[in-house]
Ligand binder design. Structure first.
Ligand SMILES: [Zn+2]
Length: 504
């Protein structure tokens, strides 16, 4: 008889600085599937997270199950994902967790569970709700059923989150391109574990380090040797997996830091040795800081000078202080103001979150004159509201953005959204009736992901510092459990690691 592997996802990347609570509706609006609908979405011809990822972790897990058809069968539980934003309302966390546990109970006896988490989800009062979720799942399963978890590469690992799990695997690419591969890696180990073919033992290390590794892009020289070494580690037959998490900077967790996690087949000493080695390698690149980003005016001059890039495609201005993909609100007006005042002669498309303006303009006829104040409805101190005048090009209702109003402000075309304007793909603008190829500048609110989807049109990326929720120096103002690099001078990562892991 086939063994049964249950699978699900509760995934949120939380920005502690955002005043916006993430509600249960934020999940149902973005991505929420249960049971058979989830199984269909993860099948080879399905679309796992509509609009974002055809194949992600759960499709990878299902592919691993398909490789062993006859021996294993999948039990779809629930998959919930919300656009990164502020801490979850406690009630939202409890609701989504209860739904998953209900499904797990209804599934009856299972031989293994796979959960896709982010690893950087927090609620208003708890920096580790994922630990609570995993503890609850462990209680349902009892001590012996394997529980595997996949994490984002920006996960914040801690002892509480890892205690209930059998092992964890994280993405190994940044920008992330291996969601499905990570699910399949974890799935294969989980199946072998459930069938009694391997006995996974993990060891992990946590570093008092929040920044380093340069841009942290896996393909660039600072990080590439480390990721290559991890792949080589796995050629040793007793090594099942190696992961390195580079932390989500804006989690309000005193124990924040990079971490290493190595899984072997029953060899704890080897896992210890390799986890130490990986931690040392990461510590070795701590002094390579991310580049400093120019301010808006400097960035505009750089874009103006990039004539060839603009002729052959576009310049992408990544608003590094208002990265919606890292939980910012998307209502930053600082870059928009600069584009309006100093961007003449270049056609720019920009997004902005403004719920009341998007709803107010919904009934108006295209072509009508518009004179509104946008931005700063949530956090006016960071994002002073900005008066804009122009013409309404179109209004739409488009999930997950809700009401959308497209404004012609002269050389700037502004897409005002009711809900968070996550600009992951050029389709954000194309679907608003704006041809990306006709622009000189496209504003995006993402650090890494957009680079994959905009690759065909993007000839130059300029990161802009505009003062907001995803500024690196904001994160350094959080409270830590001790000295943390680069805020403080730290010579050795081991004391903090031992303290955090509770090792004498
Ligand atoms: Zn990430």
């Amino acid at each position: 008889m086939a063994i049964r592997i249950a699978y699900g996802r509760i995934n949120h990347e939380t920005n502690a600085f955002s005043p916006v609570d993430t509600s249960f509706e934020a999940f149902t609006r973005a991505h929420f599937l249960e049971g058979d609908a989830l199984a269909a979405a993860c099948a080879p011809d399905g679309y796992e997270v509509a609009g974002y990822a055809k194949n992600a972790e759960l499709s990878g897990l299902v592919a691993a199950l398909d490789e062993r058809r006859g021996e294993v069968e999948g039990v779809p539980l629930l998959s919930a994902w919300a656009i990164p934003s502020g801490p979850l309302a406690e009630e939202a966390f409890e609701t989504v967790t209860a739904r998953l546990l209900e499904r797990l109970r209804a599934a009856g006896k299972v031989d293994g569970v796979f959960l896709s988490l982010h690893g950087a989800m927090t609620t208003r009062h708890d920096p580790h709700p994922e630990a609570r979720l995993l503890e609850a799942v462990r209680r349902e399963l009892g001590p012996d059923v394997p529980l595997a978890v996949s994490f984002d590469l920006h996960a914040q690992l801690c002892a509480k989150k890892l205690a209930p799990v059998t092992f964890a695997c994280a993405y190994r690419t940044n920008p992330h391109r291996d969601h499905a591969r990570t699910g399949r890696r974890a799935g294969r180990i989980l199946i072998d574990t459930a069938l009694g073919k391997v006995r996974p033992v993990y060891r992990w290390r946590t570093l008092p380090m929040v920044l380093g590794g340069g841009t942290t892009v896996d393909l660039l020289p600072t990080m590439r040797p480390i990721f290559r070494r991890m792949s080589r580690m796995e050629r040793e037959p007793r090594v099942l997996d190696a992961s390195l998490c580079m932390v989500h900077l804006w989690n309000d967790d005193p124990e924040i830091g990079w971490s290493a996690h190595v899984i072997t087949d029953g060899d704890a000493a080897l896992a210890d040795r390799l986890a130490d080695e990986l931690a040392d390698s990461a510590w070795g690149v701590r002094e390579v800081m991310p580049p400093a980003f120019p301010g808006a005016l400097e960035a505009l001059e750089e874009a103006r000078a990039a004539r060839l890039a603009r002729r052959l495609g576009v310049v992408c201005l990544s608003d590094a202080s208002d990265v919606v993909a890292a939980g910012a609100t998307g209502e930053n007006t600082n870059l928009l103001r600069a584009l309006l005042e100093h961007g003449q002669g270049m056609v720019s498309y920009a997004p902005i979150l403004d719920t009341s303006v998007a709803v107010e303009l919904a009934g108006r006829a295209p072509g009508s004159a518009v004179d509104v104040e946008v931005g700063g409805k949530i956090d006016p101190l960071t994002n002073p509201p900005l008066r804009v005048r122009g013409r309404l090009l179109a209004t739409q209702v488009r999930e997950p953005f809700g009401h959308v109003a497209v404004l012609d402000l002269g050389h700037v075309k502004l897409v005002v959204t009711e809900h968070t304007p996550i600009v992951m793909k050029p389709a954000f603008y194309r679907d608003a009736g704006l041809d990306p190829w006709k622009a000189d500048i496209l504003v995006v609110k993402s650090f890494f992901h957009f680079r994959i989807y905009f690759a065909a049109i993007n000839r130059r990326t300029i990161y802009v510092r505009t003062l907001g929720l995803t500024d690196v120096d904001r994160a350094l103002g959080l409270t830590f459990d001790g000295p943390v690099h680069p805020k403080d001078k730290v010579d050795d990562w081991r004391p903090a690691d031992r303290r955090r892991r509770g090792v004498a």
